[in-house]
Each structure stands twice: as C-alpha cells, then as structure tokens.
Design a protein around this ligand. Structure first.
Ligand SMILES: NC(=O)c1ccc[n+]([C@@H]2O[C@H](COP(=O)([O-])OP(=O)(O)OC[C@H]3O[C@@H](n4cnc5c(N)ncnc54)[C@H](O)[C@@H]3O)[C@@H](O)[C@H]2O)c1
Length: 334
C-alpha cells in the first residue's frame, strides 16, 4: 500500500483525495492545507490525519508519495521538500508562473531520482489520447493541422483571477501541453496570440482576458489553432480536431448520457454537455493518478514530466510576448 500526503484541500485537492482512496493500492494518510477547516473536512471524509505543518506530512517515514494541489505559487517549495525527502511527487499544473523559479528548481533537483509528474490530465482523456494515437499510427496520414477548442462554462471570481496568474499561463497552458502531446517529437517553434475582454468585468479589473486565440507552428510545419473563452452558456466545451493527409479524427464534447430527443419542436436535441472539468475529465483524472501509481511501482519515467511542465510554461510566456509585441514569436526552450 502506498501512503499519500495531500497538500492543498481546495477544489481539485478534494477530488484527488477521493481518487487516492478509490485506488486499492493507495491510501490517503495525511492532509495539510493552510485553511484548517478545508484540511479537516477532506481528512474526515477520507479517513486521513490532518497535520499542522507541511513537513510533518511530506517528510514522514509513513509517506511514500506527495500530491500537491495547493495554490500555484506554493508548488515549487513543496516539490523540493518532497523530492529532497525521496518521495514520489505528483504536482498540479502549472509548476509555477515564473520560469526562472522553474529553471532553478530543475537545476536543484537534477540529481534527484524521485519521479515528478505534472497534472496535465487531458493527455489521459480516452478520446484525446485516441486522437493522439491517430497521429502516432498514421491513421490520418501526415499530420497537418491541430484545432483545439477549450471554453469554460463560466468566468471565475475576481479572487481566482487575481491569484491564477493570467489566462495563458493558468488555462491555455493545458492546450499548449495537449498540442505538444499530439505533436510528439515535432517541437512547437512559433506562436502568435490574441487576447480580448469581451464580456467579463472581473477579467478586465484583473487586467486579464476572457477570450483568446492562438496560432502555433511546429518545426515540421504543422499548424495549430487554439481558441479559449471563459464563458460558454452550453457547458464545458472541449473539442480536439487532428487533421492529416488521409483524413481527420475529432475528439468531441461528451454529454452525461447519449439520449437524443426528437419532438414536434426539434430533432436530435441532446442534453447539455458536462458542466466543468471535474465532471468532463473524471476518467482522465483517475487514469492520470493510476499512471502515476504505475510509475512509482515500476520505477519508470512519469507520463508527464517536470520538463513537460516547463516547456508548456515557456510556450505560455512566448504567447504573452507575441500578444504584447503584436508579432509572431520564436519559442526558445533553453
Ligand atoms: N489539472 C486541472 O484540471 C486543474 C484544475 C483546477 C485547478 N488546478 C490547479 O490546482 C491548484 C489548486 O487549484 P484549485 O482550483 O483547487 O484552487 P483552490 O483555491 O480551490 O485550492 C487551493 C488550496 O490551496 C490552499 N493553500 C494555499 N496556500 C497554501 C499553502 N502554503 N500550503 C498549503 N495549502 C495552501 C488553499 O487554502 C486552498 O485550499 C492550482 O495550481 C491550479 O492551477 C488544476
């Protein structure tokens, strides 16, 4: 049995706690959150112990692995603490918002053997990963275009916007990573970016965007289009189109059931698509965790590495540069 320490018991931390205990090979042992009420709630529901400080949870002899789901600016300190204590680490995306801090962490941990996996859950979605496989096995011939639509159902509050670090680094980072995943060893080398405030007052106050579009290009010339919105009145809109010389595959939106209605008013009207990420990517979050457990058990490389997290942040930074300069920007991964 692998014992886990959970750091951060907020929105996504709660979900991870349940996933840890749902796996027969893992057990939630400790929970730490600066908000003691959140920590107690999650610990009580999941039969775990609340600890007063993160060191007690992370460095405990009883802890085998650490799952970091706290606020983004706290990730690096906990990654270092856990990796230096020899624990396997799963850390939510993004690693941090500051690439200098990420590079420094990479350097400091270069000799550490503990696996570190980053929470880019979309790679584990069965439909998205089948779309990626269609590129790998050449089912669609030579890859020419990737189109990703990713729109949230509703804009978050001002507190979230002020803390999250901006649309490109917090949200689009998932799509930058998904693009990298689909392209495999063909690196993304250029980006152009547009961001707008079309409807959300809070995004305006936070000096952030509610709508964005990107065009990226890979070394071999594959073109990638990403579009994001903080509002889609019909639910969490998640679609991926992979187009090549022999055809196309589409990973489409999913509804909680497949019922279609045919009435005197409409034909083929379906139920709403899933509301948001926890419902839409339930299977992906579970499989992501199971993959991390396999990594620990088999002492193998994580499916999503620290370097994947670093590269996605580099693309996000280049996208900001492109937006500000109104020019297409070359991406440098050094
Ligand atoms: N992979 C995904 O799909 C996904 C989805 C949502 C959030 N996230 C990421 O997960 C992280 C948490 O996001 P969330 O939506 O759950 O936010 P949240 O605000 O609901 O939860 C964050 C928690 O961290 C706690 N916290 C803050 N500082 C801390 C510290 N120093 N030590 C311990 N706990 C601390 C807060 O009290 C809070 O309970 C973020 O990095 C976010 O980007 C990933």
């Amino acid at each position: 049995m692998l014992n886990f320490a959970l750091i951060g018991a907020g929105r996504i931390g709660k979900m991870h706690a349940e996933i840890i205990n749902a796996n027969p090979e893992t057990n939630l042992k400790f929970v730490y959150d600066v908000n003691k009420e959140f920590a107690s709630d999650v610990a009580n529901i999941n039969n775990a112990e609340v600890v007063k400080n993160p060191e007690d949870a992370i460095t405990s002899f009883d802890t085998n692995a650490v799952l970091i789901a706290s606020a983004t600016p706290t990730h690096i300190q906990f990654i270092k603490m856990a990796a230096n204590a020899g624990k396997a680490v799963f850390c939510e995306k993004p690693i941090d918002l500051d690439i200098d801090k990420v590079n420094k962490c990479k350097e400091e941990l270069k000799d550490i053997k503990s696996p570190i996996q980053i929470g880019f859950n979309r790679r584990f979605d069965l439909s998205h990963s089948k779309a990626q496989q269609a590129r790998v096995n050449k089912e669609i011939g030579n890859l020419e275009m990737v189109i990703i639509t990713s729109r949230d159902p509703a804009a978050p509050g001002l507190d979230y916007l002020n803390a999250a670090g901006g649309f490109f680094r917090d949200t689009t980072i998932h799509d930058f990573d998904l693009s990298r995943f689909i392209l495999g060893d063909d690196p993304i080398i250029q980006v152009s970016a547009f961001g707008e405030n079309l409807f959300d007052e809070n995004a305006k106050i936070a000096n952030d965007f509610d709508t964005a579009m990107f065009i990226l290009k890979s070394k071999s010339g594959v073109l990638i289009h990403i579009n994001n919105s903080r509002r889609a009145v019909y639910g969490y809109d998640q679609r991926v189109e992979v187009f090549g010389s022999k055809g196309m595959v589409i990973s489409n939106n999913q509804t909680p059931n497949s019922l279609e209605r045919y009435t005197s008013n409409s034909t083929s009207s379906k139920d709403l698509i899933h509301f948001f990420f926890i419902e839409r990517y339930q299977q992906a979050y579970r499989d992501q965790f199971n993959s991390f457990v396999e990594t620990i058990k088999t002492n193998s490389k994580p499916m999503v590495t620290f370097e994947d997290g670093r590269k996605a942040l580099i693309i996000a930074n280049a996208a900001y540069e492109a937006f500000e300069s109104k020019k297409t920007v070359d991406i440098n991964y050094e």
